[in-house]
Ligand binder design. Structure first.
Ligand SMILES: [Zn+2]
Ligand SMILES: [Zn+2]
Ligand SMILES: [Zn+2]
Length: 759
């Protein structure tokens, strides 16, 4: 019989053609396999039916570890047999199907690591050693199909040794597009901050020594540049913080190995599994009692972000030193995407770093490290990027239209929903200026190309002034696409529903700020969500509290606290005593008091983030937010060591959970009770109160599932207390596990609402 088979999924760049070749030969079949321009593969088989059946069985059961098959489309062909033997044919640019994509970047595999360390091996000490099972993919591809000439490896011509492995069906580098060796592959070199070459025998180990000695070194990696510094010495970190204008924001670490991680952090078995997974994300780990790294790594926090080396280069950095870990932070100028080009690095980082460790392979697409946290065994994405993007999230249902969603403003991503697959872009960042806007446009185009998507609609936030909203309106008009503007918290809840495949839910959505359906500032919401038909409505929320000074109340959380406690305590005295915590001191306090008395021009918010911030200020944990989420994160860090002491009964009035009385309690007990206990009690009050509201509303609406979404859902204490309250009431509690609960998952939720709306 003669059979044409087309396979969709993640089937390019994962050793799929070599695998097909092997099982075809094993089953005595003739024909060919080739990569297609739509990221899928085409197979032609000639042989007897039993052999074909055995082939199809092998196809399902023995596929390579990184391959993911989404669809197999077979059609029987007539005519005479034409092929002798089985070959891997030259790729075709033809694009017939959608639903395929190339894989994310994959960390160096154990076999390549073994060869890296083997002094007999030709690739001994070769920093970019890879094979069909590992190495960069997403960050090197210019266009489909995934062939070497369509990647940034095209500039490197295989030597005869690499070529002999590349064409050998029995070799593990058979058709590995990234195959390279010291002779023919990318080279690495060290320069000073002006780009002048530093002559040395071993640039990577030299860079490691420089970092260990206290120098700051920019290191070119797979998806962009890192800035690396010692994690033990304070001096380089003081310098780095000053140069990057990052006073408090935690830096991520790269540890030399797992043993080193255990010396300063607690690690559970699921955390180890995640640290060592092929995606190698940054995992937030609790500092242990022996924590001995510089306090400047993650100031005021109970946890620290740690990743393990993921290329040969990273492993070699630690060879000549004893450091347990280095600080490795993304190199990006304020509010701009991670730096990926050598010229940009030299131009923008020269005042921050002392040296550059370059390699001469271009980065096609930037991709930041992913950041995750584990709540028990549950994976919580803070940032879903390298190692995960652009692998799809498969939904239970097929969308009615193909949608490109552009997300919100902060920590943004884009998302393409195509049939039942959602493809999230890599981390884009805060879309506030032209550079990040351009990055978003470019990443969206690339994603549409990679997935062969014919977009019919675009989705964005309700906020009229977001750059992404304006952009969505532009592209909708230009391409004649439908435009869906989706309320921020509805999108969060829709994302959670689609992830779990539930059609009805009562969702608790807590974050810092989202533009409400009524134009107000929402952020502590209980929402009814339905996906069939699509319908969302606000059922309840936190008590609206004054946002004294608008954005200033976000930056200086004591303003938030003052607005809440005004009329309950002698606010004049308290503010005057705390005037040093305001940038303009006593003068600012007088202005605040004036505004409080007049009550003019004070907007209100139901934001849960702002309540946590205010408590953090009242407890003296954080008076100024220097990075997103800082006051609330420091409150959680304090609460980790605390216990419930206040046992406040949540005050529910109609559609509201009151917060004023709780805040007053915290204020009054701040001197008699432990800060950690009070911090815990704030969490307990909000989590229990919101869960009770949700349970009440779910019963009224005949719904059995309650979800928790929004950036606050990354908070483990909130999530655990809410889970217990909901499960004790006999209901199902759902949290995110494949996309970020925060705004990195917003585009996905927008795409879901736009994709499943009937009209
Ligand atoms: Zn490998
Ligand atoms: Zn070579
Ligand atoms: Zn949000």
């Amino acid at each position: 019989m003669r059979l044409r088979i087309r396979v969709t999924g993640i089937v390019q760049g994962v050793g799929f053609r070599p695998f097909i070749y092997r099982i075809a030969v094993k089953n005595g079949l003739n024909g060919y396999v080739k990569n297609m321009g739509d990221a899928g593969v085409e197979i032609l088989l000639e042989g007897n039916p039993e052999s074909v059946n055995s082939f199809l069985k092998d196809l399902h059961e023995k596929k390579p570890p990184l391959a993911k098959i989404c669809g197999i489309f077979t059609s029987e062909l007539g005519g005479e047999n034409q092929y002798e033997g089985f070959t891997i044919q030259e790729s075709s640019a033809s694009r017939e199907l959608s639903g395929s994509v190339i894989p994310p970047d994959v960390a160096i595999c154990p076999e390549c690591l073994r060869e890296l360390r083997d002094s007999e091996n030709l690739r001994h000490d070769y920093f970019f050693i890879t094979c069909t099972d590992c190495g960069p993919r997403f960050t090197i591809i210019n266009k489909l199909p995934y062939d070497r000439e369509n990647t940034t490896m095209q500039e490197f011509h295989m030597c005869s040794f690499c070529k002999s492995e590349y064409v050998d069906p029995l070799n593990r580098r058979f058709h590995a597009q990234t195959v390279a060796c010291p002779k023919c592959g990318p080279k690495v070199y060290l320069t000073d901050r002006n780009g002048e070459l530093v002559i040395c025998k071993d640039p990577i180990r030299e860079a490691g020594k420089l970092i260990s000695e206290g120098h700051i070194v920019a290191i070119k990696g797979l998806g962009g540049f890192h800035v690396a510094a010692s994690a033990i010495k304070d001096e380089p970190l003081i310098r780095l913080r000053k140069a990057k204008h990052r006073r408090q924001k935690p830096f991520a670490l790269m540890a030399r190995n797992l043993e080193a991680v255990k010396s300063f952090a607690e690690v559970t078995s699921s955390e180890i599994e995640t640290l060592e997974s092929p995606a190698r994300p940054i995992v937030l780990l609790n500092k242990n009692e022996h924590y001995y790294l510089s306090d400047l790594v993650a100031p005021g926090l109970h946890n620290v972000g740690v990743m393990l080396p993921y290329t040969g280069l990273h492993y070699m950095l630690f060879d000549g030193v004893n450091d347990p870990a280095f600080v490795m932070t993304s190199a990006n100028p304020p509010n701009q995407p991670i730096v990926k080009d050598d010229e940009d690095a030299l131009r923008t980082l020269d005042e921050i770093v002392d040296y550059f460790l370059f390699h001469n392979r271009r980065i096609a697409h930037r991709c930041d490290d992913s950041v995750v946290r584990l709540h028990g065994g549950n994976l919580v994405f803070i940032r879903r990027s390298r190692g995960y993007a652009p692998a799809p999230i498969t939904l239970k249902w097929k969308a009615k239209r193909c949608v490109l969603a552009l997300g919100g403003e902060l920590n943004n991503t884009a998302c393409i929903l195509n049939n039942e697959k959602a493809f999230l872009s890599q981390h884009i960042g805060d879309v506030e200026n032209i550079e990040t806007r351009n990055f978003l446009v470019e990443a969206s185009h690339h994603l549409a190309h990679l997935t062969n998507s014919q977009i019919e609609a675009t989705a964005c936030d309700l906020h009229p002034k977001f750059t992404t909203t304006i952009l969505a309106k532009e592209v909708a008009e230009k391409n004649d696409w439908r435009l869906f503007q989706v309320q921020h918290h509805y999108a969060h809840v829709a994302a959670l529903m689609a992830e779990h495949g539930v059609t009805e839910i009562v969702g608790v959505c807590c974050d810092g700020y989202g533009y409400g359906a009524d134009g107000e500032a929402w952020g502590g919401e209980v929402i009814f969500g339905s996906l069939d038909p699509v319908e969302f409505k606000r059922l309840a929320h936190l008590e609206p509290q004054p946002l004294l000074g608008g954005d200033l109340a976000t930056r200086y959380p004591l303003r938030m606290a003052a607005g809440i406690l005004h009329g309950k305590i002698d606010i004049e005295k308290v503010l005057e005593q705390n005037s040093i915590h305001f940038p303009h001191g006593a003068r600012e306090v007088q202005l605040i008091l004036h505004q409080l008395r007049s009550g003019h021009g004070i907007a209100k918010t139901t934001s849960c983030g702002r309540i946590l911030d205010a408590a953090s200020a009242i407890l003296g944990l954080c008076y100024e937010r220097t990075y997103e989420g800082e006051p609330a994160m420091k409150l959680e860090s304090a609460a980790v060591k605390g216990k419930e002491v206040l046992n406040l009964t949540p005050i529910l009035k109609g559609k509201e959970l009151k917060t004023t009385e709780m805040m007053l309690e915290i204020y009054e007990k701040r001197k008699t009770h432990k800060t950690s206990d009070l911090a815990f009690s704030v969490h307990a009050y909000l989590a229990k109160g919101l869960a009770q509201l949700a349970i009440e509303k779910a019963s009224e609406n005949g719904v059995n599932a309650i979800g928790f979404s929004g950036g606050v859902a990354c908070n483990q204490i909130m999530a655990e207390i809410m889970r217990k309250t909901v499960e004790d009431a006999g209901m199902l509690f759902l949290v995110h596990f494949r996309i970020p609960p925060g705004d990195g998952g917003l585009s996905f939720g927008q795409a879901v609402i736009a994709g499943f709306s009937r009209n």
